[in-house]
Write a protein that binds this ligand. Structure first.
Ligand code: 6PG
Length: 248
């Protein structure tokens, strides 16, 4: 399996979303008829635009019944809370494209965080193929905070990239909101990691990370490095604006 990093820049978010849709289509097409595509979704606001675009333009193009849906991180809130990544995914995508409910593996944000991190780790382990005992996702979708965090691994907790845990409890450094997050092992064992980022607010941190400049080592997203798979950055032109200028 190749280990390749690519950066793709799009004029508009719709073009980025369409490209992500074709990634999913192509990966399902390469699966055997009895196989599913496993994907760990990210949360936050960026995926909303992408999920809505997939609902509007890929509902018929993707065989959604062939997809197993997980989350790379979740806020420790009930599933009907406006903060819930599960709720956001349902509102913008999952309620509209006909994924069998049994194929959606929600993080129980309402549960005790430590218990849920253990439970979810076991669920993921039971549902996915493993490589050296590490569950392997087909796709891990990641967002990027302007502080360089990804999933819910924040700069004050880089140790989550060096733990044997699959999922762990984290907390947001500003709000102290508890999170359940995939750890570095799960992220980096994925076959394909797709970073999505849009907007100028992330342009500096993206350039720092991609060019390995300045304080790049303090950013969790810098430690996303697939062991065997591919890493694809999908950026809109604003998010890529500094990187493009500095990488020429
Ligand atoms: C979350 C996400 C988180 C997100 C980044 C970017 O639960 O919030 O998983 O890692 O991807 O914070 O968020 P935006 O897309 O809102 O900028």
């Amino acid at each position: 399996m190749s280990k390749e990093t690519s950066v793709k820049v799009f004029e508009e978010v719709d073009n980025l979303s369409s490209f992500f849709g074709t990634i999913i289509m192509d990966k399902i097409r390469k699966k055997n008829d009895n196989e599913y595509l496993s994907i760990a979704l990210s949360g936050g606001s960026t995926p909303k635009l992408i999920f809505r675009f997939l609902t509007e333009n890929f509902k018929e193009k993707i065989n959604w019944s062939r997809i197993l849906v997980f989350w790379g991180d979740e806020r420790c809130v009930p599933p009907d809370d406006k903060e819930s990544n599960y709720k956001m995914a349902c509102d913008y995508l999952l309620n509209h494209v006909g994924i069998p409910p049994d194929n959606i593996f929600r993080v129980f944000g309402e549960s005790n965080p430590n218990d849920e991190a253990k439970r979810y780790s076991q669920i993921v382990k039971s549902k996915l193929p493993s490589n050296n005992g590490i569950p392997v996702f087909d796709i891990v979708l990641l967002g990027l905070g302007d502080d360089g965090h990804t999933a819910s691994i924040f700069p004050d907790n880089l140790s989550l990239f060096n733990t044997e845990k699959f999922f762990e409890v984290a907390s947001h450094p500003q709000t102290n909101q508890n999170r359940i997050t995939a750890c570095g092992t799960i992220i980096n064992f994925a076959k394909t990691i797709v970073f999505i980022a849009t907007g100028t607010a992330k342009a500096e941190v993206i350039s720092t990370i991609l060019n390995k400049q300045g304080n790049w080592k303090k950013y969790p997203a810098s430690y996303v490095s697939p062991k065997n798979g591919d890493l694809i950055w999908l950026l809109d032109k604003n998010a890529a604006s500094v990187y493009i200028d500095t990488s020429e």
